[in-house]
Structure formats: structure tokens, C-alpha cells
Design a protein around this ligand. Structure first.
Ligand code: MN
Length: 489
């Protein structure tokens, strides 16, 4: 089974995504380490920046085969050759709709031009992956003719693209089982997710003879995107027992990198790589998981580089709270536990996500323990605007000592956080995550800021809520740093 990743070509065609050559290279390196067989690095003819990116990738000496998308045109192929690629992902539109309306030609001329292009690539010792664009809407007899003729010219792979995402697993079965009967070359499959069937269609192709899957990280791609690498690989492995060279424990890391560099957030409920994919809230589920993880978990989180987590909200169960308190080494009796449980439910009903810092606060208040605040904010000023460098100053007490600090940043939130950072230099921590949710719509929306701080091997989550994003961010930071300080103290 071969895995062709097209995050850097089809994935980059996601509306709003444009990668610099350096960003392309860092994604390519991560894909190589992940173990993909073929990296479609881009479409060389697109622009000079694209050529620079592809050249940077081909110069890196990666293990993966590096391909460029090319139309059946000498100019496209020549430009790809100049970038030093190993393989031409040669795209020929094959449906009558595309041949007639897009190209204004006919099947015979299309076939002739395709074969000429293959011959030209082969004269340059290139691997050729012939991809039938809109192949899923191409008459199977014509696909067969293309496959047979192209095989005479020694193509290496023959890929059928469901360019518009109209296939179903049954229709895919008809096409692949027919072509696989006599094919002498590796069959590939390239699916789009317009009907949410890209993964299912890709799997159907594999079950019916495809040996190469075209996928993208996080399912990025034109319109609704392509078949997601993480889903296809994990389904092949867990549901069908088919192995690939993918080092699955790196999936989460690569997904995060692509999310960050492409700027397209992964939905929280996305399979395998979504924030919630290994997060449990409901009391019944958490109880089951604590007794035996398999009760509600079919994928071991570590297998894809993730960690299991529990969140506390309105569906919380007593056992989740008990477990979280145990982890904080807070011992409570059953009566107090009941009170804490009711308070968490009450906050959860209001839609609040209860972080570990919130729980600690709730528990200690109910237990009548004094909560030690290392940090107290006295004053905060943050200014931003046109023709002004965003600046913030804070006056706070740290362990009883008054400290005044200021900082500039790329916005008022950044400046305020940096000012707090300056005032708390003695406390070792790193801000690993900062996230804003708008609780209600409109410009007067209430926002919830969630942050994650890392200090040594401890992770602390804290949140701040309010109508002022700067204050909510500062509140979250101060709650988080106080929690860090308590853990260290
Ligand atoms: Mn595509």
C-alpha cells in the first residue's frame, strides 16, 4: 500500500491557504518523518514561489518520492523537471464533460496528447502517475482504454480522481473491480469529500484493488477537501488490518503543524485529530473508561500521539470529579464531594467549561481552605489604536511585593500578557495554548479565554470570561500562573 500525500498541492488549494517555500519545506519534512511514500509537493507551473518551494523540498534528500502536478503540457512538465522532481503527477481530464467543455477537444485527441506527455516524461526518466481528472464521471470503457494505452508507455501508477466528490462506495467498487481485473500497474485513488464520503470511497477503492491512496492531512483540499490521511490510515489499520509505512504516533504532531501553518482550524469533533476525539465528558462514559478503557475507546490515544482527557461540564459524573481531585491530591469526604459535584453541574448548566484550575478553586472554597494567591492584579492599562504601538502596563503584587511592569506587543492582549510575564519572571512556565471562544454573538459578545500553561512536567488549564477580551485574557493568565505557583510551592 502506497500513501501519496497531497497536502502541499490539493491541500494548498483550500480556499484561504497559501504557503511560503519555507512552510512547504517544513511540512514536507514532517510528512517524510511520518512515513508517506510520495509527497505531491505542488504544481510547479503555478508561480515562482511554488517552484522555489518544490526545489527546496527536492534538495532536502528526503526518503519520499517527490512529485509535481502537471497538466498534459510540455511547459508544465519542463517546469517540474527544472524543480528536480522524481515524479510527474500527470493530470488528464477524461470525462466527456471536461473533454468537450473545458478542453474543447475529443477523446482521440486527448488520448494522443496524454500519451505524448507520458513519452516525454519517460524520456526524462521520471516516474509517471497518470491521474484521470473527473475520472469518476468517465465511462469505464474509456478509462480502460486510457489505462491499457498508457501501460504500453510504461506509466507507474494510474489514479482515478473523484474530482467533484460524487462517488459512493458501491460505484467505486464497480470501477475498481473492473480495472483491477487486468491492470498491470498500481491503481491509485483520489477522493473529495463533497458528500462526506471521501474516506469511505477511498477504502472501497482499496478493497477493490487500489494500491495507492491520495490523501491530505486534516482533509484539507479544494471545497469540502480531500480524504484525510489520518482517517484513511487508521481505518485501514484498525478496521481492515491493512498496514502502511505511516508512523501513526506522529499523526497528531503533523496535524497540529499543518493546522498552524495553513491557518485552517481542525474542528473539535474531527476524527483522530480533533480536540475532542479522545475527550470524555459524560459520567457513564468516564466511569466505564476508568474501569476498562475499551468500553468507550476503540482507538488507543497513544497510537495516534494523543492523550485521553476528561472534561467537567453538565454531564459530569461523581467519579470524574473524584478522579480529578485525587490527581490534585485533594482529599474530600463524601458530603463535600457531593457539594463540589453540585457546584460543577450548576456551572456546567450555564455552559461553562470547568478547567482543572476552576475545580481546584471550587473544591478549596467548599473545603473552607484558604486559596493562596501568589499574584494579585491591582491595575491594568492597555492601549491600542491607529498609529500607536500596542502597549500595556500592570501593577500587581507578587508574593506581597508590589511590581509595576510594562510591555509592547502586536496587539493589546499580547502587550498585556507580556507585561504580566515581565512581572512574574521568577515563576517558570510556558504558555502552550491560548484560545478564545465567543459565548454569544455580536460585538458585545461575552468571550471565554482558555489558556494552557506548562511548568516542568505539569500542565495547568485556566480560563477567564467577560465582555473585554483583554481583561478575560489577563484573568485567565493570572488564574493559571497562581495555579502553577501553588503546584510549585
Ligand atoms: Mn483533487
Amino acid at each position: 500500500m502506497l500513501v501519496l500525500d497531497t497536502t502541499l498541492r490539493d491541500g494548498e488549494q483550500t480556499p484561504g491557504v497559501s504557503l511560503t517555500p519555507e512552510q512547504k519545506l517544513s511540512i514536507a519534512k514532517a510528512l517524510d518523518e511520518l512515513g508517506v511514500d510520495i509527497i505531491e509537493a505542488g504544481s510547479a507551473i503555478t508561480s515562482e514561489g511554488e517552484q522555489e518551494g518544490i526545489k527546496a523540498i527536492t534538495s532536502e534528500g528526503l526518503k519520499a518520492e517527490i512529485a509535481s502536478y502537471s497538466r498534459i503540457m510540455k511547459s508544465d512538465i519542463d517546469t517540474a523537471i527544472k524543480c528536480g522532481v522524481d515524479c510527474i503527477f500527470l493530470v488528464a481530464p477524461t470525462s466527456d464533460l471536461h473533454i468537450k467543455y473545458k478542453l474543447g477537444t475529443n477523446r482521440d485527441k486527448l488520448l494522443e496528447k496524454t500519451l505524448e506527455s507520458i513519452e516525454y516524461c519517460k524520456q526524462h526518466d521520471l516516474v509517471v502517475d497518470l491521474c484521470c481528472e473527473d475520472g469518476s464521471r468517465t465511462e469505464v470503457a474509456f478509462l480502460r482504454k486510457l489505462l491499457d494505452s498508457a501501460s504500453e508507455y510504461h506509466i507507474d501508477r494510474f489514479t482515478i480522481a473523484d474530482t467533484v466528490g460524487i462517488m459512493t462506495p458501491e460505484k467505486i467498487e464497480l470501477i475498481y473491480s473492473e480495472l483491477a481485473k487486468t491492470s498491470r500497474v498500481c491503481l491509485g485513488v483520489h477522493c473529495h469529500d463533497d458528500l462526506g464520503l471521501a474516506t469511505a470511497n477511498t477504502l472501497s477503492a482499496v478493497l477493490n484493488g487500489a494500491e495507492a491512496v491520495d490523501v491530505t492531512i486534516n482533509g484539507l483540499g479544494e471545497r469540502a477537501g480531500n480524504a484525510p490521511l489520518e482517517e484513511v490510515i487508521m481505518a485501514l489499520k484498525l478496521a481492515y488490518g491493512r498496514e502502511t509505512k505511516i508512523k501513526t504516533e506522529k499523526l497528531s504532531h503533523v496535524s497540529n503543524l499543518v493546522e498552524k501553518l495553513c491557518g485552517i482550524p481542525v474542528p473539535p469533533n474531527k476524527a483522530i485529530v480533533g480536540e475532542n476525539a479522545f475527550t470524555h465528558e459524560a459520567g457513564i462514559h468516564v466511569d466505564g473508561i476508568l474501569k476498562k478503557p475499551e468500553t468507550y475507546e476503540v482507538i488507543k490515544p497513544e497510537l495516534v500521539g494523543r492523550k485521553r482527557s476528561f472534561v467537567l461540564g453538565k454531564h459530569v459524573g461523581l467519579k470524574s470529579i473524584k478522579k480529578a481531585l485525587d490527581e490534585m491530591e485533594l482529599k474530600v469526604d463524601d458530603k463535600k464531594l457531593g457539594e463540589i459535584f453540585r457546584k460543577v453541574k450548576y456551572e456546567g448548566d450555564k455552559g461553562k467549561k470547568i478547567t482543572s484550575t476552576d475545580l481546584e478553586y471550587i473544591a478549596k472554597t467548599i473545603m473552607g481552605e484558604e486559596i493562596k494567591h501568589v499574584l494579585n492584579l491591582e491595575e491594568l492599562v492597555a492601549v491600542a489604536g491607529n498609529k500607536i504601538t500596542p502597549t500595556a502596563s500592570v501593577k500587581m503584587t507578587v508574593n506581597g511585593n508590589e511590581i509595576v511592569e510594562s510591555a509592547v506587543g502586536n496587539g493589546p492582549v499580547d502587550a498585556a500578557i507580556k507585561a504580566i510575564r515581565n512581572a512574574t519572571r521568577g515563576i517558570p512556565f510556558e504558555l502552550v495554548e491560548y484560545h478564545v471562544d465567543s459565548v454569544s454573538g455580536g460585538t458585545d459578545a461575552v468571550v471565554q479565554v482558555t489558556i494552557e500553561l506548562k511548568s516542568k512536567d505539569k500542565i495547568v488549564k485556566a480560563s477567564g470570561t467577560g465582555g473585554d477580551i483583554v481583561l478575560a485574557s489577563v484573568d485567565a493568565m493570572i488564574a493559571g500562573i497562581n495555579a502553577v505557583a501553588r503546584k510549585l510551592g
